[in-house]
Design a protein around this ligand. Structure first.
Ligand code: ADP
Length: 444
């Protein structure tokens, strides 16, 4: 019997007993094995509706999503699976792959080791190579890059940027700009007014939303707006696998900020802190988050002039401790730019470039669901092509609406995938109304 015959037979059998879960799993696995992922997804999804708690079904569906390039969807399921101690080892292996793809090497190493400890047959040479671990479960091998970073470490000395970016370089985001003005800028420029009203200053603003929608850009512009220094820290860079290492790195960063006020201290990927609390097997994750909160609270120190902004694309991993007053008491949803914002962003991006009668309104209409980063890549593509053309023709020609429109099909809006994930959280784990903003945006 050929593979296709096998599928046909299985499909017929499933048609006869549609509620037979093991049979449907068998069909789904066969389809998966034949790289017929769309059909596999359909079968796994139906099986999941019949057996919502079946871990093998969830693991199969996650693997299918992963193979289809739907990493966010895969991640949601895998995270649910690995949160229990008896997660299928294959789910841990998949988690390791996703973490590695996301640059979270240290966590990927941990997850990979747990997977092959539970099922040595899962050892994968090429993945072990990329992680820098031995392909077997034994030994105490640590990822090469993590070790190198730690050994080179000592004092963590962050770069201090002098940002020239201003609020006027950021299109849209009016609500966030306003909140930053009220909470971060005015207390510095008009301290007396705040004192007169007995308003305490301090605390940070945390922005969340799909990637590429201007969170980092706006943080940088906040520094430029008030001529403050700017330190940008990716939390994953700070996390260190040696006990105490991450805490020291965090302390060094805050210390450096305190010595260089006024300064905007921007933390990207803050969700990684909370994830570390759950993930770290040697349980130093809790210390890391406590250290971060203590630094944020300015325990034993003075954070005056240190303005704290943070961002995450994965708010669902945040620790509730972040929301307490005096910490990130403003948590703001940063949606993709709406039509007026897209018009403004395109104008900003083409400012000072040779253009001719660009119909910004029209282009904004055509770029629904585009992030700022997507718009930036649209403009970049177009400019590159214009330069190429100018080299050929020997003379530059201005960019037109048509030029930009011609490149629209090369750039796919990147925010939809994020919303597919966010929707699940907004529907199924909206405790305390944490995702009300997302529900409102999606009109759920
Ligand atoms: P995030 O931090 O939300 O993932 P970024 O701020 O890094 O996104 O955005 C990526 C790039 O996209 C920025 O460097 C900038 O060039 C462009 N961009 C995004 N949003 C805007 C915006 N609102 N105005 C102007 N440019 C933007």
């Amino acid at each position: 019997m050929t593979n296709n015959d096998a599928v046909t037979t299985l499909k017929q059998a499933v048609a006869v007993s549609p509620d037979n879960v093991p049979l449907r799993i068998h069909l789904a696995n066969t389809l998966h094995g034949l790289s017929r992922y769309e059909e596999a997804q359909k079968e796994f999804s139906t099986a999941l509706a019949l057996a919502p708690d079946d871990k093998q079904v969830k693991a199969g569906l996650a693997s299918t999503f992963y193979q289809m390039g739907k990493y966010m969807q895969a991640l949601v399921i895998v995270e649910d699976l690995v949160s229990s101690a008896d997660a299928p080892p294959a789910a841990r292996l998949l988690h390791a792959r996703i973490l590695l793809g996301d640059g979270k090497v240290e966590q990927a190493v941990r997850e990979y080791k747990r997977a092959i400890e539970a099922d040595p047959s899962l050892a994968d040479e090429s993945l072990s190579d990329r992680l820098g671990v031995a392909a077997s479960a034994g030994g105490d091998v640590v990822d090469g890059r993590v070790r190198a970073h730690t050994e080179a470490g000592g004092d963590y000395d962050p770069d201090i940027e002098r940002s020239k970016t201003k609020f006027s370089d950021v299109g849209g985001m009016d609500d966030v700009k306003n909140q930053i003005r009220m909470k971060i800028i005015y207390p510095i420029t008009n301290p007396d007014v705040y004192k007169a009203y007995g308003k305490k200053t301090g605390g940070g603003i945390l922005m969340y939303g799909p990637p590429g929608c201007g969170k980092t850009h706006l943080a940088r512009a906040t520094a430029g707006e008030i001529n403050a220094g700017f330190i940008s820290v990716g939390i994953n860079e700070v996390l260190d696998c040696w006990i105490g290492g991450s805490e020291r790195n965090l302390h060094d960063i805050f210390d450096s900020a305190r010595r260089n006020t006024p300064i905007v201290l921007f933390f990207d990927e803050v969700d990684a802190l909370a994830a570390s609390r759950k993930d770290l097997r040697n349980s130093n994750g809790k210390n890391v988050i406590n250290q971060f909160l203590a630094e944020l609270d300015g325990v034993d120190t003075n954070n005056e002039g240190v303005l704290i902004l943070a961002a995450t694309n994965a708010p669902w991993h945040l620790d509730s401790a972040f929301r307490r007053p005096g910490r990130f008491d403003r948590i703001i949803f940063v949606p993709p730019p709406d039509k007026p914002a897209r018009t403004e962003i395109l104008r900003i991006m083409l400012q000072g470039k040779p253009t001719e009668n660009i119909d910004y309104e029209y282009l904004a209409k055509k770029t629904e669901n585009f992030s700022g980063a997507d718009l930036s890549s649209l403009v970049d593509h177009t400019l590159e092509k214009k330069i190429e053309q100018a080299m050929k023709d020997g003379k530059p020609k201005p960019v037109t609406t048509k030029d930009l429109e011609a490149h629209l099909k090369e750039v796919k809006p990147s925010t939809l995938e994020w919303f597919a994930t966010a929707k699940n959280y907004a529907l199924y784990s909206n405790e305390g109304g944490a995702y009300d903003e997302i529900r409102k945006y999606l009109k759920l």
